[in-house]
Design a protein around this ligand. Structure first.
Ligand code: ADP
Ligand code: MG
Length: 540
């Protein structure tokens, strides 16, 4: 290492040079260059040691640690010397070590591209430090080395774990909520829905629902979703917005919707998140209460008017009858008077209906077999309903004893039968049935009303026009009719409703357009085994 001062110093010469510094054996001309080179090396050393990453210089393919920086010693808890006694493979878990061995073997044939992967390094304290490891081979002095750059990702992993834990917590909140929670795309496709949501909508699994579109398949009225979104846009959120949804089985449910929009970084809406709270039961009760109140008010009003009107009619009828008696011989005048009497009588009948509707007529209750009423009504109506309609009367095999006003129950059945007939102008089948019914919790759950016990179930079914939702909603309202003037009064079903209330019974209707209708009357029955009236009333 003598002659030339302008040629590049080789690595080993430099090392030897440093080693020999103390011995003053270096030529003077060589000295400044050496000093400069040492300074340079020291700068690299500082850079090397100041790196927060662990940097290791490795022998290839043995994996021996030739050099390491301070970060490596600090993070792994080894002294420089003890690290130098190890291979990088011994710091890694077996699968990662195998991978590295393979890489180093390959690197001998062709230069290793940089390879980065996540693994762990064993620390001196027998812990495992999560790292992101980059391996790259370098050629120095025609020999092959590898540089390992290991980044300590402990904090990142901890943060990720914390995030995962928090996500899991929210996931649990989402899944375990008793309210239905969902997320949907702007077009209405589902992104996610929890178990309560799946149950609320009546589906068997999340997969089934994920195929559906809220607007097309879930909203009873598709435009209602657009309206809800419009409102959300205006107010920035939706709170307790009432909508009607359709369940898997076709039933409608009322829910309160609380929802807001999800945005991307640009502020565009990427979907909606919402909570649905089922209020179907509450709504049913409310509607019943409302209906009962309305009936009560109308009842009082009609009762008042009908009462006064009845007095006036009695006078008209009385005087007209006297007039008729006093008129001797036939003549047009006598016919006029007869017309007055006939009209007054018709008016009196109407008043009676009004009075019975307004529930002012007291009940005359007796214990009787519900089957007998059905049979009697069946005989009565055979003549009224016309030939095109086939009549099926189906009493129960055993007596079902109810405590009821016979004529009122007959009146109810008559009203229902008349409606059934009107619904089948082209003919059809009219079925009048009586059967025992045990009303239980499932009934109460399904209808939102009812009292457990035994009942006589009287049903009137027809195969007529059926009714749409709009008609079904108003069905029992007094004066609601779809029939032309003179044909319908709209009082028939109001009367039925009033009589059922008086008998502590329940009534419901099943109908859809084109599919006919079934009206069911549930009248409280005596328990067959513990009532003496049973034995009395049972035949033989
Ligand atoms: P009205 O018979 O005088 O119209 P109701 O109270 O008896 O009054 O019935 C009210 C309405 O309910 C009817 O106008 C009709 O639209 C509907 N309706 C009742 N029963 C049936 C039925 N069995 N099939 C179809 N529609 C019915
Ligand atoms: Mg009617």
């Amino acid at each position: 290492m003598t002659d030339s001062s302008d040629r590049e110093l080789r690595h080993d010469e430099l090392r030897d040079g440093i080693a020999g510094l103390g011995e003053h054996s270096i030529r003077k001309s060589y000295y400044p260059e050496l000093q400069q080179r040492i300074a340079e090396l020291e700068r690299y050393r500082v850079l090397f040691d100041q790196s927060s990453d662990m940097i290791l210089l490795l022998a290839v393919p043995s994996g021996h640690i030739l050099e390491c920086n301070e970060s490596a010693c600090r993070d792994l808890g080894y002294s420089r010397d003890s690290l130098a006694a190890l291979t990088i493979f011994s710091l890694m878990p077996p699968s990662a070590a195998e991978h590295a061995v393979r890489l180093f073997a390959e690197a001998q044939e062709s230069v290793l591209k940089k390879e980065t992967f996540v693994t762990t390094f064993a620390t001196a304290g027998s812990g495992n430090l999560p790292i992101e490891l980059s391996l790259k081979t370098v050629e120095l002095d025609q020999s092959l080395f590898a540089v390992a750059d290991a980044r300590n990702i402990e904090e990142r992993v901890q943060a990720e774990n914390a995030l995962r834990a928090s996500e899991e917590r929210y996931r649990t909140l989402f899944e375990d909520s008793r309210d239905a929670i969902y997320m949907s795309l702007p077009n209405g496709d589902f992104i996610d829905i929890n178990q309560a949501g799946i149950e609320l909508l009546g589906y068997g699994s999340k997969n089934e629902i994920m195929q559906l579109n809220m607007e097309r398949d879930i909203y009873a009225d598709p435009t209602a979703r657009r309206q809800a979104i419009q409102r959300l846009m205006n107010d920035g959120y939706l709170k307790d917005h009432e909508v009607q949804l359709r369940r898997n089985n076709g039933d409608y449910i009322d829910v309160l919707l609380t929802s807001n929009a999800m945005h991307d970084e640009q502020g565009c809406i990427v979907g909606y998140r919402g909570i649905m709270h089922d209020i179907t039961g509450r709504k049913k009760l409310e509607q019943q209460l409302l209906h009962a109140q309305k009936m009560e008010a109308i009842g009082r009003l009609t009762a008042g008017i009908a009462h006064d009107f009845n007095n006036i009619l009695t006078a008209i009828l009385g005087y007209a009858t006297i007039l008729e008696l006093k008129m001797t011989g036939e003549g047009p005048m006598k016919q006029y008077v007869r017309n007055i009497v006939a009209s007054s009588e018709r008016a009196a009948t109407l008043i009676k209906r009004l009075l019975s509707f307004s529930r002012q007529r007291p009940l005359f209750r007796t214990s009787l077999d519900a089957n007998s009423i059905v049979r009697a009504t069946g005989e009565l109506i055979a003549e009224i309903i016309g030939e095109d309609i086939a009549l099926e009367i189906l009493p129960a095999a055993q007596p079902i004893i109810i405590n009821a006003d016979k004529s009122q129950v007959e009146q109810m059945l008559m009203n229902l039968v008349m409606n059934a007939r009107d619904a089948m102008p082209q003919g059809g089948i009219l079925r009048l049935k009586c059967e025992p019914y045990l009303l239980g919790d499932d009934f109460i759950q399904q209808h939102g009303y009812g009292k457990p016990g035994e009942y006589a179930l009287l049903s009137v079914s027809d195969t007529g026009t059926g009714m749409d939702r709009e008609v079904l909603r108003k069905l029992f309202e007094p004066f609601f009719t779809t029939k032309e003037v003179g044909k319908g009064t709209g009082l028939g079903l109001s009367i039925v409703y009033g009589i059922m209330k008086q008998h502590d019974g329940f009534i419901n209707v099943e109908s859809s357009p084109g599919a006919g209708s079934t009206f069911r009357l549930y009248l409280p029955a005596f328990r067959l085994d513990d009532d003496p009236a049973t034995r009395q009333a049972s035949p033989e």
